[in-house]
Design a binder for this molecule. Structure first.
Ligand code: SF4
Length: 358
């Protein structure tokens, strides 16, 4: 007979540092009291990150193109090839944005874009090499979906593509395009996108070749709570194998201007999902708040629900903005937000090494 998880036993397990089962994770997500979840996640955060330090990175998102063949139903950012609103930044425009980032004290750029029909592997090799020849900047760029596209387009293996991009200057990979790593959900919200198994395969290959990546989860579209746990479980299993994830970044689906439509997830749902992410992902060190989608005040509260990192300053952000949500901030503003929430702000690099305390 299947027995239902018991909250007291789950609390004991967490406090003894034991791993939660998928059933226990689902029980917490479905029925855990919000403040209890926050308290537990905060306890775990304190153990992993003593001293109340909350980090952030100064960087800029450069969306080199919005032209995309994929047509995800949840995406307000992309334009189909031939659309008059489609764009492709020139290398000179990208260089100017990098110069502005460096002038603001930035240490990395996050370059992501659509699956452009005319951009091949050689394009990115030349672009990355040109950037690295000019600027001392970390290239945290191209999601597993873009790398999968380049591999399919070039007829090379994922390992060959990553090796060549790395030789050209790629430093690490952002974990975008994960959405929910369950193909039933992907068929509904992004039927033409990289399947869950392939996303995990590209990521595992990057880890095995020595590149660190992050993992994201876009929740609140069409998945069930059990599918959210299945996503967390897939990330946890891969991290057991490779240890290559530096951080996990859950962010709620933004329905504005999308074909999929629907309602945005509530702050209540966001905080619960964040806390359960911290409790379930016992092997991922850093958990980021999504202040770009949640705004500054919920982001401050999120620091009491397991998060230890404020993400990036996002000197520029276009993807969430396309869905009608506009939040950007400077390093001193983020530092002040962290301090006012009762934590010690620190600027970090791509690998979470602290560069400066505020
Ligand atoms: S989410 Fe990415 S892959 Fe999907 S349509 Fe938007 S830009 Fe293209």
């Amino acid at each position: 007979m299947r027995t239902e998880p018991d909250l007291v036993l789950i609390i004991l397990k967490i406090r003894q540092g034991e791993r939660l089962s998928p059933e226990e994770g689902l029980f917490l997500l479905e029925r855990g009291d919000l403040l209890t979840l926050g308290w537990l996640a905060d306890e775990v955060r304190k153990l992993k990150h003593p001293g109340g330090i909350v980090t952030f990175v100064i960087d800029r998102n450069i969306n080199y193109t919005n032209i995309c063949l994929c047509g995800c139903r949840f995406c307000a950012f992309y334009r189909s090839p031939g659309d008059p609103e489609g764009y492709l930044l020139s290398p000179e425009e990208i260089f100017r944005k990098i110069e502005e980032t460096l002038a603001a004290g930035g240490t990395q750029i996050l370059m992501q874009g659509g699956l452009h029909p005319e951009l091949d592997l050689e394009y990115f090799e030349e672009l990355f090499a040109a950037i690295k020849a000019r600027y001392p900047i970390c290239l945290h760029s191209l999601s597993p979906v873009e790398i999968d596209y380049l591999a399919r387009r070039s007829g090379l293996t994922v390992a060959e593509v990553i090796t060549r991009l790395r030789a050209a200057g790629l430093d690490s990979i952002p974990g975008g395009g994960a959405e929910i790593l369950v193909d039933r959900v992907r068929r509904e919200i992004s039927p033409h996108k990289t399947k869950a198994g392939r996303w995990l395969e590209v990521t595992a290959t990057a880890h095995r070749l020595g590149l660190k990546t992050t993992a994201t989860m876009m929740f609140g579209s069409r998945e069930t709570l059990a599918e959210r746990i299945a996503h967390l479980d897939a990330v946890r299993r891969l991290q057991d194998d490779t240890g290559g994830f530096t951080a996990f970044i859950p962010w709620p689906y933004q329905p504005g201007n999308t074909a999929l439509g629907g309602e945005p997830a509530s702050a209540w749902d966001y905080l619960r999902t964040l806390a359960v992410s911290r409790l379930y992902l016992d092997n991922v060190p850093n958990l980021q708040v999504s202040w770009v989608t949640q705004g500054a005040k919920i982001a401050q509260v999120a620091l009491a629900f397991g998060a230890n990192d404020f993400g990036s300053t996002m000197l520029e952000e276009n993807v969430v903005r396309a869905a009608g949500v506009c939040n950007t901030s400077s390093a001193p503003e983020i530092a002040a937000l962290i301090k006012n929430a009762g934590f010690r702000p620190a600027q970090r690099d791509n690998l979470y090494k602290i560069l400066k305390y505020y």
